[in-house]
Design a protein. Structure first.
Length: 306
């Protein structure tokens, strides 16, 4: 019953958005479908950047989640659904990251030509400690996983536009080389730190910890808006003291109030560790990207682990 209602809702919203767009009264998205290019809709920021890097001039990439918005609890609006259904390619993370995707895909008509890419397919995923049948979706924080995710996108672009296969292959090779270099920087610099433990507000860094020999303890769980218990806060305080930590890491797209309160109690400082679920408006305007933010993360990690 719930599924049928969702499908009906999507159908109504698509029809309504088309009608309103024709009347010129709809709240239009800044990003629109473009004729003559491969239109690719991505579910959140890293996939958008990977798509732009690989697609180059032949692709029109549309990112669903706006700048400054945390994507965990975001869901598509009618104009987003219209773009997704009319695009040539739809890229989503998978591994449980986008709770709304299953119903959207189930609503597509049998004759839909939309090419769907689950970017995390084939990546080296980590099972969560809470449920062994579920995975931690934050796979993009491993540069080597990012290479695999970018390859999945490249394959879909070639399928959608085989005439530009050579360009997509070359762009992918160039970007994969940047990701491989990023991985090498992380291995070199984090391999030299005296400490290996980090305290974080959001349990998003399991892949980064696995790849570079670190251990994380988080205030919240996999969702950044989860409510910690008094026992969680006590455990964090004990962890900070036991490992002589000087910082608690927080992220920019959610409130840092709890992290700063706990840091004050533990007599430590706070510092940003960006899970790259999205950029702020200021970061977009400054030309920041996945590579530059990951390099800033590395710099902050080295500072904290010295």
């Amino acid at each position: 019953m719930i599924r049928s209602k969702w499908i009906m809702f999507i159908t109504v919203m698509v029809i309504l958005s088309v009608i309103l767009a024709g009347c010129g009264t709809a709240a239009s998205s800044k990003a629109k479908l473009v004729e003559g290019k491969v239109n690719v809709v991505t579910s959140f920021y890293p996939l958008y950047e990977f798509t732009k890097a690989i697609g180059g001039e032949y692709v029109n990439a549309i990112n669903l989640v706006p700048a400054g918005v945390e994507p965990h609890d975001w869901s598509p609006k009618s104009r987003d659904i219209k773009n997704m259904t009319q695009a040539q390619v739809f890229v989503y993370q998978g591994a449980g990251f986008e709770g709304w995707v299953k119903d959207f895909l189930g609503s597509l008509s049998p004759d839909s030509t939309l090419k769907v890419v689950e970017a995390s397919n084939g990546a080296n995923l980590i099972k969560t400690s809470e449920n062994k049948e579920e995975f931690d979706p934050h796979a993009w924080l491993s540069p080597l996983n990012a290479v695999k995710m970018a390859n999945n996108i490249k394959t879909a672009l070639i399928s959608a536009d085989p005439a530009h296969k050579a360009a997509f292959e070359q762009n992918y090779a160039n970007y994969a080389a940047k990701l491989t270099d990023l991985d090498a920087r992380y291995k070199k610099e984090l391999g030299q730190t005296s400490k290996k433990e980090i305290a974080v507000s959001h349990q998003a860094f399991a892949y980064l910890c696995r790849d570079y020999g670190l251990t994380q303890l988080s205030i919240m769980g996999l969702s950044p808006d989860a409510e910690p218990t008094a026992q969680d806060l006590k455990k964090m305080n004990e962890y900070i003291k036991a490992h002589n930590l000087k910082y608690i890491f927080f992220e920019e797209l959610v409130s840092d109030k709890l992290a700063k309160t706990l840091a004050k109690d533990a007599k430590v400082d706070t510092m940003v560790l960006n899970p790259l679920e999205g950029l702020t408006e200021a970061q977009v305007n400054a030309g920041e990207d996945y590579i530059s933010i990951m390099d800033k993360n590395l710099k902050n990690l080295v500072t904290a682990l010295q």
